[in-house]
Ligand binder design. Structure first.
Ligand code: ZN
Length: 145
């Protein structure tokens, strides 16, 4: 069995922001030398998600509006009081970011076949920033033979 683990540091600029990381995952898959197996793409954050969807600018606008509709940034969240009162790391009020993340999730698994990452014609892997811009860590692990 072969195994490769890589951590990518990704600087985001704003929230929401969809960052296409498919090329980085494909490169990690090539580097691993794995013919058949899978890649797990994992965000180490509670306000930055990993999801697969189409990289089409109008659609990304639609998805950003959907997230804002589900958990509006201007709504009231108990977490925002908590963040104000107890934060030592300067966390801004971000209850909406956590609630949006709950519906998206922290990881995706993608098959590797014949040495290639298998994604459909329109499928791209996104890191989705749901809070404000900052440095994020994405772990890509490849397992197979
Ligand atoms: Zn928070």
């Amino acid at each position: 069995m072969k195994f490769l683990s890589q951590t990518f540091n990704i600087q985001t600029e704003k929230g929401p922001q969809f960052i296409d990381i498919t090329d980085r995952v494909e490169e990690a898959a090539r580097k691993s030398g794995i013919a058949n197996g899978f890649a797990v793409v994992f965000s180490k954050h509670t306000t930055a998600a990993i999801r697969i969807n189409e990289n089409e600018p109008a659609l990304i606008g639609d998805m950003e509006r959907m997230l804002e509709g589900i958990a509006p940034s201007c709504a009231e969240y108990k977490h925002n009081e908590f963040a104000h009162a107890f934060s030592t790391n300067g966390e801004r009020p971000n209850g909406h970011s956590h609630c949006q993340h709950l519906l998206l999730g922290a990881s995706e698994a993608v098959p590797v076949m014949d040495g290639k990452l298998i994604v459909g014609q329109w499928q791209r892997i996104f890191l989705i920033e749901l809070d404000h811009g900052r440095e994020r860590e994405v772990v890509v692990q490849l397992v197979g033979e």
